[in-house]
Design a protein around this ligand. Structure first.
Ligand SMILES: [Zn+2]
Length: 113
């Protein structure tokens, strides 16, 4: 069970970062990348975004979340594989894998009016 308000502090930082860049400009959309292995729940993040952005120039902006899948690269056989669940395991059976995608947590772009 994840900490329930994990997303609140992350989303607060996101809103602060956007407001730093856009000031009083009206914002239409905020694009973020939240990897499936990042531990952040997109639905919770959307909810927090609405609450936090209320009363700021971000109020009413859409939060658009791209959710890249987890991808691993095997150190034994070298192949890349999509993680279907949270257990990093190569199709060859090796657990000696490196996670190369899916942990992203970043602001990618902001659309202003
Ligand atoms: Zn392998």
């Amino acid at each position: 069970m994840a900490k329930p308000m994990h997303e609140l502090s992350i989303t607060q930082s996101l809103v602060d970062a956007v407001l730093d860049r856009t000031g009083t400009l009206a914002v239409l959309g905020v694009h973020v990348r939240v990897g499936r292995l990042s531990g952040v729940l997109p639905d919770a993040m959307r909810f927090c975004f609405e609450v936090i952005s209320d009363g700021t120039p971000l109020a009413g902006a859409q939060l658009l979340i791209d959710e890249p899948q987890g991808v691993t690269r095997c150190r034994s056989c070298g192949q890349d594989a999509t993680m279907e669940d949270l257990i990093p395991l190569c199709p060859c059976g090796s657990a000696d894998v490196e996670i190369i995608s899916g942990r992203e947590l970043m602001l990618t772009s902001v659309e202003v009016a």
